[in-house]
Design a protein around this ligand. Structure first.
Ligand SMILES: NC(=O)c1ccc[n+]([C@@H]2O[C@H](COP(=O)([O-])OP(=O)(O)OC[C@H]3O[C@@H](n4cnc5c(N)ncnc54)[C@H](O)[C@@H]3O)[C@@H](O)[C@H]2O)c1
Length: 257
């Protein structure tokens, strides 16, 4: 029996089969979960196509986290389909090009606001929309994808600031959803080649250095370790862990040089 047997999950962020969320969706299904995916904007048809590559092709709901009605509609569809929810994967990030590269001193607030709204605030949007479904299940698990925001990275700029907001928000949500027995944790992943990663100028710097510095080594084309951590956190195997950031980066964050 899988560690997610019988669990009902909402998995956001599947765009291609390289997406971190795709690895989570595949492993979650093989561990017994029933999942629903979400797709965004023009990528929706891509998500629908890639969903067919999963062992059990799941339903795909439209979700643009900047459209206030979308998250509510997703929650309503889940209520109808499952009646409750056991887990939610937040695997959503976006920053306009002006926010990346040499963006810190030059990006305008409206672009920065977009980066923070899509990449951080959306965790609150989804958590709030899904809370009644988690309460109907007697609790649940929210897992978000993070990139270590404790240091300044080359090129990551306002996306790094958005990740710092995500890290802080996850702690506040852990505080406020704890009484409903909903856990909120992040997985701080090392660099993996995905569409989002390729949009970061200087991503190649991470690719070149990570494997050599990480004590356990690192492969930018392999997100299996990230998927395993997400699935473990979505399962019942971390019952008293919340507000936590689990690093799945080969140990890179722990060493100085
Ligand atoms: N790839 C990496 O190296 C890496 C490392 C650490 C953390 N992360 C994080 O993992 C998460 C997933 O990224 P990925 O690397 O799998 O790339 P990806 O491009 O496959 O996924 C990003 C997802 O965000 C979704 N998205 C963007 N704007 C949206 C909106 N307005 N509404 C709803 N969805 C929207 C896209 O549709 C896409 O599915 C992101 O939060 C990213 O910051 C990635």
């Amino acid at each position: 029996m899988g560690i997610l047997e019988g669990k009902k999950l909402l998995v956001t962020g599947v765009l291609t089969d390289d997406s971190l969320a795709f690895g989570v969706a595949r492993l979650a299904q093989s561990e017994g979960a029933e999942i629903v995916l979400t797709g965004f904007g023009r990528g929706l048809s891509l998500t629908q196509r890639v969903a067919r590559k999963l062992p059990e092709p799941p339903e795909v709901l439209e979700l643009d986290v900047s459209e206030p009605t979308h998250a509510t509609a997703v929650a309503e569809a889940l209520a109808e389909r499952f009646g409750h929810l056991d887990g939610l994967l937040h695997s959503i990030g976006f920053a306009p090009a002006s926010c990346l590269g040499n963006g810190i001193l030059h990006a305008e607030w409206k672009d920065v606001a977009t980066a923070i709204e899509i990449s951080a605030y959306s965790l609150k949007t989804l958590a709030a929309a899904c809370l009644p479904l988690f309460e109907a299940a007697g609790g649940g698990s929210i897992v978000g994808l993070d990139f270590d925001a404790t240091v300044a990275w080359p090129g990551y700029d306002w996306m790094g600031v958005a990740k710092a907001a995500l890290e802080s928000l996850a702690r506040y949500l852990a505080r406020d959803l704890g009484p409903s027995k909903v856990r909120v944790n992040l997985v701080a992943a090392g660099p993996v080649r995905t569409i989002a990663a390729k949009s970061i100028p200087g991503f190649s710097v991470f690719e070149e250095t990570w494997d050599g510095r990480a004590p356990l080594g690192w492969d930018v084309d392999d997100s299996e370790a990230v998927a395993r951590a997400c699935v473990a956190l979505l399962s019942d195997w971390f019952p008293r862990t919340t507000g936590e950031i689990v690093h799945v980066d080969g140990g890179y964050h722990a060493v100085g040089a």
